[in-house]
Design a protein around this ligand. Structure first.
Ligand SMILES: Cc1cc2nc3c(=O)[nH]c(=O)nc-3n(C[C@H](O)[C@H](O)[C@H](O)COP(=O)(O)O)c2cc1C
Length: 343
């Protein structure tokens, strides 16, 4: 993809959401094959084999239109969704904004998606290929927790893993599920599904917000450790703006959230004593930053905004860089670097 700078100038000419639609259509039309095979990048995390630790974060292929093409770009895994039980239009447009000077994006999409049925049909056609499904709740749902539990049962036969997304800032009330009492209710529901005769065995992760109440974070981690949840994704977008000058509402992603999401990852690794795998997300746009996430506790990493600014060559750049860093630090495998900067 040496021509991405040119393609990017074209795409950036359009509104961000339209540019994204064009990108999905390009991915449908053109197959780009890229793969990096190296022993030091391979890992087995929550029972799944990953050829490399770099994944595509949720929100890019929301409706599972191009999951295989994304893996072909060189990603070790990909996450479709967020998908809600019923299809949803999301918030009114425009609702995605590029902040070029900050290499960032603000989005307030509001879970626009095709709904459980359609997405499951699409996934069913391709088989389990390290593709996770990120589940959400409908905006008008009367019972958010029930929407998630329904999703777990619904997608367990077609997904490699499931993510419970309780951290989007764009569905009013959703992040209340991060409050300890509600969070415990959600965990109880997941425990019941995993231990009951329903036989749900696939890994279930929870994606949390960088804006979580810091006092609650430690308790939340304790609860996760005593539940059947298999891992945490840290983190979603933030409603903080740091020093960025923008009046747009929504979740901020990209470069400005790297420090805060990595520091949160470090804390969560400490609180969970490295006992459950963590997926590090937020502001990764180089091999250095990817490695930093790993050293701060991530067994796997994901990215979205970096891909918009740097294009698919970023995936190869990160994987090649990781191979070098691992070797330089005297490790044989990426797993040995996980959490080495946490004390
Ligand atoms: C346009 C856009 C849409 C997103 N949609 C979702 C979503 O549907 N579900 C979700 O869990 N995260 C969503 N995210 C958040 C990303 O998955 C990721 O957690 C966040 O952007 C931080 O990573 P980044 O800095 O590499 O982009 C979205 C992000 C962007 C930029």
């Amino acid at each position: 993809m040496f021509f991405y700078p040119l393609l990017r100038s074209l795409l950036f000419y359009f509104d961000a959401e339209l540019a994204h639609r064009i990108t999905i259509n390009l991915l449908k039309t053109y197959q780009i094959k890229n793969s990096i095979e190296h022993q030091s990048l391979r890992s087995n995390i929550f029972g799944l084999n990953f050829p490399n630790p770099v994944g595509l974060a949720a929100g890019f292929d929301k409706n599972s239109e191009v999951p295989k093409n994304i893996i072909n770009l060189g990603f070790g895994f990909s996450e479709v969704g967020t998908v809600t039980p019923l299809p949803q239009k999301g918030n009114s447009k425009p609702r995605v904004f590029r902040l070029k000077n900050n290499q960032a994006i603000i989005n307030r999409l509001g879970f626009n998606n095709d709904g459980f049925e359609i997405v499951k049909k699409r996934l069913g056609k391709i088989g389990k290929n390290n593709i996770g499904v990120n589940i959400g709740a409908n905006k008008n749902s009367e019972d958010f927790i029930n929407d998630y539990l329904k999703g777990i049962e619904f997608f367990s036969s077609v997904a490699s893993y499931l993510t419970i997304n309780i951290s989007s800032p764009n569905t009013p009330g959703l992040r209340d599920l991060e409050a300890i009492e509600n969070f415990s209710l959600l965990l109880n529901g997941i425990d019941e599904l995993k231990t009951k005769s329903t036989g749900i065995k696939l890994p279930i992760l929870i994606k949390i917000s960088p804006d979580i109440n810091q006092d609650d974070l430690e308790i939340l981690c304790e609860r996760v450790l005593s539940s059947s949840v298999d891992g945490l994704i840290i983190s979603n977008t933030t409603i903080s703006r740091y020093s960025i000058d923008s009046s747009e509402e929504g979740g901020l992603s990209g470069q400005p959230i790297f420090e805060s999401s990595t520091s949160m990852l470090n804390k969560v690794y400490k609180y969970t004593e490295g006992k459950i795998p963590l997926v590090g997300v937020g502001g990764i746009d180089s091999a250095e930053k990817a490695y930093k996430k790993i050293k701060n506790g991530a067994s796997l990493i994901q990215l979205y905004t970096g891909l918009v600014y740097k294009g698919p060559k970023l995936i190869t750049e990160i994987n090649k860089g990781l191979i070098k860093f691992i070797e330089k630090d005297g490790f044989k495998n990426i797993s040995e670097a996980v959490g080495v900067e946490v004390n």
